[in-house]
Every structure is written in structure tokens, then in C-alpha cells.
Design a protein around this ligand. Structure first.
Ligand code: PLP
Length: 388
């Protein structure tokens, strides 16, 4: 197929290899290894003169190669690598590129926070954190010298935004690479590489997989950086199974329609629910009342399916609201077809402890919602019956 710059077309067509029988998508190659006619043929692939399949753990398998072409195209990247989980993708990036240290901005997923706080320092990697409220110190911190600046935007659960272009310009002045976790926004709503970031990572377990049935991760960026990460994935053995790769390729075909529907429902719910007398505030980048609204408009084309409600009530009243929901399921994940709810202070951010949560503005009465693909009318009715 001719190349298209349109994300929806890339989601459907890019990377697909029809195989012998004209299948409209790449068949699943569950082979662990691939046969060659001669030693010179195998050497051509091993020594990089010819593209080809060789060994699945290396990623040299048609199901994986086809998926990586699609992932790179939808994020506007030269190349991508797929991994067995989002954490596998992040850890490979850190191992490959963080000799000079990691500077982490804002709230990040708990596993990322743990990896940067506890595991990287054991390997002698310098790490540092700045909250959004401390961003005035960014330049002073960068002067200390870091290999990578890492952040999520929007963040979890406060839905804070970071200025991708501004942070990237400053980080580059001080020789640091910028890695953005684009899991919440998805490439449908935000393209960090086009805004100046060097690498994008995703937990593909979330919107890219989109059906709560795949654990996977990915990194996208220039051929040069992806080439530096490749041997780490190979030798840490972080490869995704070909069957999972095929499921992820299948899911990506509907990424654009799923995310656009979730954007629309989330916007309706954010607007309607913010009028309710029992709601203190709704944290959603698409609301004009959001302090980051103008930044959101400048770097996002849609505002996503994630939002956080803050209730007028204590921890117990908030838990009682969560427990009364009938359609929203109580679970820590996000990005699937089913709407999910979680009270961060008691689930995803419990491990931070009360003092750290309060320093980060994560209150007991916050409830994070992942808006799924159900009818928006049913979702609103569910929220309202639980509030009342
Ligand atoms: N990044 C974000 C924003 C996440 O929410 C998560 C998991 O919840 C991860 C990374 C880690 O992804 P995985 O669970 O696929 O390893």
C-alpha cells in the first residue's frame, strides 16, 4: 500500500504483510527461529546487509517487524521497538541511555517511580525528581547534567500537563534527551516527537491494546536511538510473544475510532458532572476551567478518556461513591472498552504514603475515571446515582 500520513490509515494498513494466501493482515508467525538456504544467506541477515527474520527474541520475526512498522508510523517516528510490557520498554530506555542520570518531572506511574527511586540508584545511576510546582528549578537542575528527562503528560492522577516543546528546548540546551510517556494521551491526541521530544514510550497494555487483554510496551524515536536500545531488549530478553504482537496489531486498527469516541464521551461527562453539587472539581485538560487548558489546546488535538473527579467528602464518602458505581469497574488499569474507576489514595498511589500524597496534591477524595466505550448516557446516569 502507498504510504499515508494519516493516522487512521496507518493504523489499518501500515506494516501489514499479507503472506502467501493474501490475508489482509500479517499472519501470526509463532516460530522461534527461521530457516535459511545457505550460510551466506544467514550471514546477510546477521551482518545486517539484508532485512529478514532470524530469531524471535531479537525481534526478527514478521509478526513483530510488521507491528513495529505500524507503531512507528502512528507516532510519527522513524522506528519503534515493541516489548513485553510498558515497564520493560521504560527500563530498556533507562539502561541504554541513562549513564548520566534521569531527571523525572511530575507524577508518574507507581512502577516508574519505584524503578527510578529504588532500582536505578543501585546501578549507580543518578536520579532526581521535580514536581510540577517545582518547575521553576528545572534549569538549575539540568545544569547538574542528566542523560534523560522523563515525564508523563497528562499526569496521573492530577491530570497536570507539561509543555513538551518548552521542556525539550531547555533539556536539549543542557545535553539531555527527552522521553515522554504518551500512554494517557495516545498518538491520536498528542505527538510528542513532533513537539521536540526524542523518544516516546507507551504502556501498550492501555489504549494501544485497548481491550484489557494484552500486556505490552513500546518505544518510538529516531533510528539512531532505537538502534542503541535494541541490544538491551535483545539481551535482557524483554520480547513480546508473536501471538500478543498479532493481537496488538489487530487492536491498533481501531485505535483512532476508539480513542475519538472516548475523547467525546469524556468531554461530555467532564462538562456535565462538574455541574453536580457533590463534585468539588473535575480535572480534565479539555475543560476551560482547567489551569492547563491553553497548553492542552496547543499540544493536544483531543483531550483523552482519562479524568479525575474530586468529591466534596472525606475518604470514606469517596469509597462509598466508588462502591455504588454499577457500570464503572473498580480496577487499577485504564484505556479498555469498559469504564474503570479507582480511588488513587487507596489503590494506585497508596504506596506513596499520606505525607507524599499530600505534597503532590493527591487527596483522599479524588477518583480517577477511565472512560470506556459504553453509552455516555449510561455512564453519566451511573455516576449521578452513585453521587446521590
Ligand atoms: N506508564 C503508565 C502511564 C502507566 O499507567 C503504566 C501502567 O499502569 C505503565 C507505564 C507501565 O505499563 P505496564 O503495566 O504495561 O508495564
Amino acid at each position: 500500500m502507498a504510504k499515508s500520513n494519516d493516522l487512521s490509515t496507518s493504523c489499518v494498513h501500515t506494516g501489514e504483510q499479507s503472506g502467501l494466501h493474501g490475508s489482509p493482515h500479517t499472519p501470526i508467525y509463532n516460530s522461534t527461529t527461521f530457516l535459511f538456504k545457505s550460510t551466506s544467506d544467514i550471514l546477510d541477515v546477521v551482518e545486517g546487509r539484508k532485512a529478514g527474520s532470524l530469531y524471535t527474541r531479537y525481534g526478527l520475526n514478521p509478526s513483530i517487524i510488521s507491528l513495529e512498522e505500524k507503531l512507528a508510523a502512528i507516532e510519527g517516528a522513524e522506528a519503534s521497538l515493541v516489548f513485553s510490557s510498558g515497564m520493560a520498554a521504560e527500563s530498556a530506555v533507562f539502561f541504554a541511555l541513562c549513564r548520566k542520570g534521569v531527571l523525572c518531572l511530575g507524577d508518574v506511574y507507581g512502577g516508574t517511580q519505584e524503578l527510578i527511586t529504588h532500582q536505578l540508584p543501585v546501578l549507580g545511576i543518578k536520579t532526581s525528581f521535580l514536581l510540577k510546582s517545582e518547575l521553576g528549578q528545572l534549569e538549575a537542575e539540568l545544569k547538574k547534567g542528566f542523560g534523560v528527562v522523563f515525564f508523563e503528560t497528562p499526569t496521573n492522577p492530577a491530570m497536570d500537563l507539561f509543555d513538551i516543546t518548552g521542556v525539550s528546548k531547555l533539556a536539549h540546551q543542557y545535553g539531555a534527551l527527552v522521553v515522554v510517556d504518551n500512554t494517557f494521551a495516545t498518538p491520536v491526541n498528542q505527538l510528542p516527537l513532533s513537539l521536540g521530544a526524542d523518544l516516546v514510550v507507551h504502556s501498550a497494555t492501555k489504549y494501544l491494546g485497548g481491550h484489557s487483554d494484552i500486556t505490552a510496551g513500546t518505544v518510538m524515536g529516531s533510528k539512531k536511538l532505537i538502534g542503541e536500545i535494541w541490544p538491551w531488549r535483545k539481551n535482557l530478553g524483554q520480547m513480546i510473544a508473536p501471538e500478543t504482537a498479532a493481537l496488538l496489531s489487530r487492536s491498533l486498527k481501531t485505535l483512532s475510532v476508539r480513542v475519538k469516541a472516548q475523547n467525546e464521551s469524556a468531554m461530555t461527562i467532564a462538562k456535565e458532572i462538574s455541574k453536580h453539587s457533590k463534585i468539588k472539581r473535575v480535572l480534565y485538560p479539555g475543560l476551560e476551567s482547567n489551569p492547563d487548558y491553553h497548553l492542552a489546546k496547543s499540544q493536544m488535538t483531543g483531550f483523552g478518556g482519562m479524568m479525575t473527579l474530586e468529591l466534596k467528602g472525606d475518604r470514606a464518602a469517596t469509597s462509598s461513591f466508588v462502591d455504588k458505581l454499577k457500570i464503572f469497574g473498580l480496577a487499577p488499569s485504564l484505556g479498555g472498552p469498559e469504564s474503570l474507576v479507582n480511588q488513587p489514595a487507596l489503590l494506585t498511589h497508596y504506596g506513596l504514603g499520606e505525607e507524599e500524597r499530600s505534597r503532590r496534591g493527591i487527596s483522599d477524595s479524588m477518583v480517577r475515571l477511565s472512560i470506556g466505550l459504553e453509552s455516555v448516557k449510561d455512564l453519566l446516569e451511573d455516576l449521578i446515582q452513585a453521587l446521590e
